[in-house]
Ligand binder design. Structure first.
Ligand code: KIV
Length: 270
């Protein structure tokens, strides 16, 4: 397993690979592919729980899915995303919620959707032994503030604010930083200003690593953002397998003899 220190050392060397996973079988496949980091993203609200946004995702949801992923992962670093309002309202509750992901669910680190309100908390969590991945740019838990999911850091003031927050989180002890949906030249600037690795999503090629939502990457999602890329078509594979199953059941072809068994001593039981 790459440790948080290994990842810090990797910045600027080989690109870091990160993918989300939300359940044990997917985590096992992602882990076997050699991905460096598995993020149990609160995007599971959209991908797995059928919500429109990530806001309804609870600490219990994240704990259940983080445990499933951690149990199926041997090599990757497992990072648990902290859901809406689970951090930042009250320091004690924030620490307990983040600590639960490591203490009870075997995550190695947590990710916080970051802002001015998470600098002190990042420092506190790191002091307590909870490694923190920061997340700046588009932070989907702010969907109601943004009125959607717009690009971030597109003017000088907003870009400078992101750069300053990135530096503040590095100073507070974050071991890496996700940059979401920001201009690639801003991501390049942040990457060169920080010692810790940046991991981009919709942030261009200059970050130290890349992350995608696994459902988007494998082609399972019905919709995916324009900055994402499908590297397969799992949805089409599933549709064709399920069509074949329905046809086989309807035609009586399944189950065949090899899928059934008979017991000799069950005659005349009624
Ligand atoms: O929840 C998530 O999957 C994320 C990634 C897109 C970075 O935050």
């Amino acid at each position: 397993m790459p440790t948080v220190r290994d990842l810090r050392a990797k910045a600027g060397d080989e690109p870091i690979t990160m993918l989300t996973a939300y359940d044990a079988p997917t985590a096992a496949v992602v882990d076997e592919s050699g991905v460096d980091i598995i993020l149990v993203g609160d995007s599971l609200g959209n991908t797995s729980l059928g919500y429109e946004t990530t806001l309804p995702v609870t600490v219990d949801d994240m704990a259940r899915h983080t445990g499933a992923v951690a149990r199926a992962t041997d090599d990757a670093l497992v990072v648990a995303d902290m859901p809406f309002l689970s951090i930042g309202v009250d320091e004690r509750a924030s620490i307990e919620n983040a600590g639960r992901m490591l203490q009870e669910e075997d995550a190695h680190a947590v990710k916080l959707e970051s802002g001015p309100h998470t600098v002190e908390l990042t420092e506190k969590l790191v002091q307590l032994g909870i490694p923190v991945m920061a997340h700046l740019g588009l932070t989907p838990q702010h969907v109601n503030k943004y009125g959607g999911y717009p690009r971030q850091g597109t003017d000088r003031e907003a870009a400078r604010h992101i750069l300053e927050l990135a530096e503040a989180h590095e100073e507070a002890g974050a071991f890496s930083l996700v940059l979401e949906h920001v201009p690639s030249n801003l991501a390049a600037e942040v990457t060169s200003a920080l010692d810790v690795p940046t991991i981009g999503i919709g942030a261009g090629p200059h970050c130290d690593g890349q992350v995608l939502v696994v459902d988007d990457a494998v082609g399972l999602s019905e919709w995916s953002p324009s900055f994402s890329k499908q590297f397969g078509n799992v949805r089409a594979e599933m549709e064709s397998a399920i069509d074949a199953y329905v046809t086989a059941v309807e035609s009586g072809e399944f189950p065949a003899e090899e899928h059934s068994h008979e017991e000799g001593n069950l005659e005349d039981i009624y």
